[in-house]
Design a protein around this ligand. Structure first.
Ligand SMILES: Cc1cc2nc3c(=O)[nH]c(=O)nc-3n(C[C@H](O)[C@H](O)[C@H](O)COP(=O)(O)OP(=O)(O)OC[C@H]3O[C@@H](n4cnc5c(N)ncnc54)[C@H](O)[C@@H]3O)c2cc1C
Length: 383
């Protein structure tokens, strides 16, 4: 295993750093001028869709270049893209969609003019996703599916134009084989979106009710009954992304800065041994996780795939995100109870919502217990 960067990789790292230095809008401009930033990335040679292959307008980065690119972007807190179109549906369209579907949907995904949401989970079908019941029946003329059912926890469904959706087209035989992948417009009168307000007080997830929605067969990806196969391939990559290692490195630095602004005795909270121990443990675990990511990268660069190690990264990466949010809560002390009102140090304003919001990280993208199952079977070989 070789986890050293080559000179070529180091040159590429410098190129990305220079590009960010010269093009990333500064301060508040970051939000008002984000369109210009994405345009500069596009002009650079498909850097706006960094994970897309060359034939679809992406840069065709090697796995190592992709790692370097993602790290530099995270380090500089560059504006993120919504993941559902660019990161999740696009690879499925590229691998399994028809040429017509690619031409129809990829441009809107790329320029963010069309928002997508992911309609997989249902009441009774989360960890056991193959249990999903939303039913799609083919009309007699074979031209449409009539879809009925309910999705839940659908992130950003309230601003989505379309939903990519797993539906049941057969209830006989193996559960996984009766699942089909459909693209459903959210402006259909049979779609009703109801908000779910989460513990952190924000509205990002929803219930989606689907009643007699008529979907043309042209909106089916690939073959009927193969949706599970199409959806499954992506999960490994989704999990790796959810580890958010570089974001945690930055967040931990910020947490240390926050703690060092709180006076305790003659020093600061950062000098208190119990607090210091927590920081030290987190730094060590983050470093270990970074090396796990590099090991997985070396495997991918040598022609393999990320494999079940992605479950280790999802499990540990999200636990670390939660622990960092706990440190911020601790540093905020009593002011965390003010719940978003600006009293006490500035960082205390978001501490409670950050802490509560982070509870979800060990649930979405596959709950921690499920990742432990994958690790015990496929990494440790335990039955
Ligand atoms: C903030 C947020 C955003 C989300 N966004 C989306 C989205 O955009 N689209 C979408 O489709 N879904 C989304 N989800 C749903 C998410 O994928 C599911 O919540 C997740 O898969 C868990 O399913 P569940 O909620 O049904 O819990 P369950 O599967 O019922 O699990 C309940 C508990 O039982 C445990 N458990 C379940 N099975 C096992 C097992 N075999 N062994 C041991 N323990 C087990 C779980 O770990 C968990 O602790 C989102 C969820 C959240 C919280």
């Amino acid at each position: 295993m070789d986890i050293e960067f080559s000179q070529e990789d180091l040159d590429f790292e410098k190129e990305v750093q220079d590009f960010i230095e010269n093009n990333l809008p500064k301060g508040m401009d970051l939000w008002t001028k984000r369109g210009e930033w994405f345009e500069a990335l596009r002009k650079k040679g498909g850097w706006d869709v960094s994970k897309w292959p060359v034939e679809f307008g992406g840069p065709g980065f090697t796995p190592t270049q992709r790692y370097i690119f993602d790290n530099e972007m995270a380090k500089n807190s560059t504006p993120p893209q919504l993941p559902f179109g660019v990161g999740m549906l696009a690879p499925i369209l590229m691998n399994y969609g028809s040429k017509e579907q690619q031409d129809r949907f990829l441009p809107g995904i790329r320029d963010s003019s069309v928002n997508w949401c992911q309609g997989y989970s249902e009441p009774g079908a989360g960890s056991d996703l193959a249990n999903l019941k939303t039913k799609a029946e083919l009309t007699e003329d074979g031209k449409h599916y009539i879809v009925n059912g309910q999705k839940i926890w659908t992130t950003l469904a309230h601003i989505a134009h379309w939903m990519f959706c797993l539906v049941r087209t057969s209830s006989t035989g193996v559960k996984q084989e009766g699942i089909t992948f459909l693209l459903i417009p959210m402006d259909d009168p049979g779609i009703e979106v109801k908000p779910i307000i989460t513990l952190g007080g924000s509205h990002t997830v929803n219930e989606v009710y689907i009643t007699d929605v008529k979907v043309p067969v042209e909106n089916r990806i690939g073959e009927e009954g193969k949706g599970w196969t199409y959806a499954k391939g992506l999960l490994i990559h989704e999990r790796t992304g959810l580890a958010g290692i570089q974001n945690s490195v930055l967040a931990l630095e910020k947490a240390k800065e926050n703690a060092s602004s709180i006076k305790v005795g003659d020093g600061t909270l950062l000098d208190v041994p119990v607090f210091k121990n927590k920081i030290g443990a987190l730094e060590a675990e983050l470093l270990a996780l970074e090396f796990t990511e590099l090991r997985s990268l070396a495997q991918v660069s040598a022609g393999g795939d990320p494999g079940p190690e992605s479950s280790i990264m999802k499990l540990k990466g999200t636990e670390i995100q939660q622990r960092i949010s706990e440190l911020n809560l601790e540093s905020s002390g009593i002011y965390a109870a003010a719940w978003g009102n600006p009293v006490g140090p500035a960082f205390a304003k978001g501490a409670t919502s950050g802490y509560l919001g982070a509870r979800a990280t060990t649930i979405y993208g596959g709950a921690s217990e499920v990742q432990k199952d994958v690790i015990s079977k496929n990494v440790l070989g335990l039955g």
